[in-house]
Write a protein that binds this ligand. Structure first.
Ligand SMILES: *[C@@H]1O[C@H](CO)[C@@H](O)[C@H](O)[C@H]1NC(C)=O
Ligand SMILES: *[C@@H]1O[C@H](CO)[C@@H](O)[C@H](O)[C@H]1NC(C)=O
Ligand SMILES: *[C@@H]1O[C@H](CO)[C@@H](O)[C@H](O)[C@H]1NC(C)=O
Ligand SMILES: *[C@@H]1O[C@H](CO)[C@@H](O)[C@H](O)[C@H]1NC(C)=O
Ligand SMILES: *[C@@H]1O[C@H](CO)[C@@H](O)[C@H](O)[C@H]1NC(C)=O
Ligand SMILES: *[C@@H]1O[C@H](CO)[C@@H](O)[C@H](O)[C@H]1NC(C)=O
Ligand SMILES: *[C@@H]1O[C@H](CO)[C@@H](O)[C@H](O)[C@H]1NC(C)=O
Length: 561
């Protein structure tokens, strides 16, 4: 009963806010927010469930769930807005999430005991869709929380974070725990432990939800705060030390990890350069001296890494660019056309919740998403989009849906934030926690004439396999000009730890009229990704694009052959 009123109120506020900014705002230019529905638990952690339209949400236990129940996990359907509770014994929040090769969602680590939920920092669980449960399948050797889970080319998953944890050995030198663990799903009971260089933790200072990316060599890019290395994830050995941004005057003191959280993304890996060029981007964060009212970082940093023919790296220097607004606790959503959507977060403060309960450490919600176009010329890469109305500060998330829109969820423990008096927004009706879930449709989604629709596409693709995909585009002169695989979103605490785009090589784009099918469909022929380092096997979404416009995707498995 109350729910409908809440939704209607939110919808009307949203409309007022969007109209207030620019009455002529066209969704095809600035995108559009819509209400999806209410979740029963807060989307603190969000993981797309392969082969469905659903997202697994996990939370820190809250009172006042919309359904009055106490489940701390559930499935949100991104098409219908329906929510289904999931049973879990463990304390969930602060975990890492990834995928098995067969598409099963895996959750590693978690929170210390809270409410009726038991110690979760050593938990290893998989989502059982049939029973709507999370099943415990093993145990980590050390406790971890605020931990990044990374799927490797060989199907194993690393779980990495500092762990200020009484579980497992505590080092004499304080809270720092330099271990990361390697989990093999085919031998799930336990893990192998590796130790990072001590210098890693002393240089990063904060080592929570590190920005980890598997490079097309199989090595792992690991960045935390102000320091990073490329390591071999199977041995823990350093390959090289990454450049830092100490020498760049405007970036001095820019911190990127919890509680100063910026967000990071690896730009698309492209067949056009034989997957030898990698670009990593870090957006926003907070200054080292930052506190609850400090204006957040308004810079993004971009680093180019070239893979040389002999397998070594040519690493460039970080390039600073100015964003349209400061942002901390935001999330980046890599879009099928390689643009990056920055959304959620605040203009001031840092993460963490006040012990007083609800007192915010993040302030001045940043309600205006921006789009970063890496292909535009320097100085004109950022565009501001439609303004939203629902603040999403601490514990908010975003992910890419199968429909090519972004799902936006969560936000909690930041209810008493400060906002300039003249800024309209819609405060959570439940105060402490935000259960309203939205979709944000980027401008390109409204280019309906040029959205390719997949008519027929295989459900799996092997390395270098040649595959044809049939499609339809309303615009009869438009053709598919690129085809990309996108790994399912697995986002929390500002980092989508599974975000990856692999562009496929187009072998035949059927530009003539010789291959038009009976239904008027055309076909595009592509070559599968070259190897497991470029595209670790497992679930992906396949998107077809015409120019910069993408259509709805289909799930596809990258398989070993
Ligand atoms: C996909 O997104 C568009 C734009 O928001 C919307 O019109 C359409 O209904 C969506 N389709 C599905 C299946 O969610
Ligand atoms: C996926 O793989 C895991 C581990 O190998 C296995 O336990 C599970 O049953 C598989 N799930 C499906 C749906 O095949
Ligand atoms: C849960 O699902 C598994 C198969 O995935 C099945 O073997 C098991 O019996 C189910 N348990 C319950 C309690 O339904
Ligand atoms: C592309 O890279 C692979 C190694 O990853 C190499 O075997 C192949 O020869 C390269 N192709 C071209 C055209 O350079
Ligand atoms: C933050 O700044 C706002 C506006 O200047 C002020 O109202 C608020 O009291 C400040 N909060 C703190 C904790 O300093
Ligand atoms: C790899 O190639 C680069 C560029 O040609 C060269 O500078 C470097 O010394 C080579 N490294 C090794 C280990 O062969
Ligand atoms: C249709 O596609 C052609 C070729 O890409 C393009 O030039 C034209 O602008 C498109 N028309 C519309 C209405 O988008």
């Amino acid at each position: 009963m109350g729910c409908l009123a809440i939704l209607l109120l939110a919808a009307s506020l949203g409309a007022v806010a969007a109209a207030g900014v620019d009455p002529s705002a066209d969704p095809a230019v600035v995108g559009e927010f819509t209400q999806l529905g209410l979740s029963n638990c807060v989307g603190v952690q969000l993981a797309a469930v392969p082969n469905t339209d659903q997202f697994l949400f996990m939370e820190r236990p809250q009172a006042n769930h919309p359904d009055g129940k106490k489940y701390n996990a559930g499935l949100m359907d991104s098409v219908t807005g329906a929510f289904t509770n999931i049973k879990t014994p463990f304390s969930m929040e602060n975990c890492g999430h990834s995928y098995l090769e067969n598409g099963t969602v895996a959750i590693l680590a978690g929170h210390k005991p809270q409410s009726s939920y038991v110690e979760g920092r050593r938990a290893i669980q998989v989502l059982n869709l049939q029973n709507r449960t999370l099943d415990s399948v093993g145990s980590l050797q050390f406790g971890h929380w605020l931990a990044t889970a990374t799927r490797l080319p060989n199907g194993m998953i690393t779980i990495m974070s500092d762990s200020p944890s009484p579980v497992g050995p505590v080092r004499k030198d304080g809270i720092k725990n330099p271990f990361y663990e390697l989990w093999d799903p085919t031998n799930p009971a336990t893990t192998t432990v590796f130790q990072l260089e001590d210098v890693f933790l002393s240089n990063t200072k904060y080592f929570y939800y590190p920005f980890n990316f598997v490079l097309p060599t199989g090595d792992m890019f690991v960045w935390s705060n102000k320091y990073g290395q490329i390591i071999n994830p199977l041995t823990g050995k350093k390959v090289l030390v990454l450049p830092n941004w100490k020498g760049i005057p405007q970036a001095k003191g820019m911190c990127t990890q919890y509680p100063f959280s910026g967000t990071a993304a690896m730009l698309p890996l492209r067949a056009t350069n034989n997957f030898t060029e990698v670009e990593i981007m870090v957006f926003g964060g907070q200054w080292s001296y930052g506190w609850v009212n400090t204006t957040a970082v308004d810079l993004s940093m971009r680093l180019k890494i070239k893979i040389l023919p002999n397998g070594t790296y040519d690493v460039g220097q970080w390039q600073a660019e100015t964003m349209p607004s400061p942002r901390v606790s935001g999330t980046s959503v890599l879009l099928p056309n390689g643009m990056v959507l920055l959304i959620n977060g605040a203009k001031r403060g840092l993460l963490g919740d006040a012990v007083s309960g609800g007192g915010a450490m993040l302030n001045e919600p940043n309600l205006t998403p921006v789009l970063y176009d890496p292909l535009a010329s320097e100085g004109s890469r950022y565009t501001e989009l439609a303004r939203g109305s629902i603040p999403r500060l601490l514990h908010s998330t975003a992910g890419l849906t199968l429909n090519g829109t972004a799902i936006l969820a969560g936000g909690d423990r930041s209810s008493r934030y400060w906002m300039p008096a003249d800024e309209a927004y819609s405060r959570s009706p439940t105060g402490f926690a935000e259960y309203r879930v939205e979709l944000f449709a980027p401008p390109q989604v409204f280019d309906t004439q040029n959205r390719p629709a997949i008519m027929a596409c295989p459900f799996s693709i092997g390395f270098s396999d040649v595959t044809s995909i049939a499609y339809l585009i309303p615009n009869t002169t438009a053709r598919v000009t690129s085809v990309v695989l996108i790994a399912p979103s697995s986002d929390t605490h500002t980092f989508n730890m599974h975000q990856r785009i692999v562009e496929l090589e187009i072998l035949d784009s059927d530009n003539d009229n010789n291959h038009v099918g009976v239904d008027g469909d055309r076909s595009v022929t592509v070559r599968g990704p070259p190897n497991a380092n470029v595209a670790p096997p497992g679930p992906y979404m396949i998107f077809l694009l015409s120019g910069r416009t993408w259509g709805p995707a289909q799930w596809i498995n990258v398989v070993r052959n």
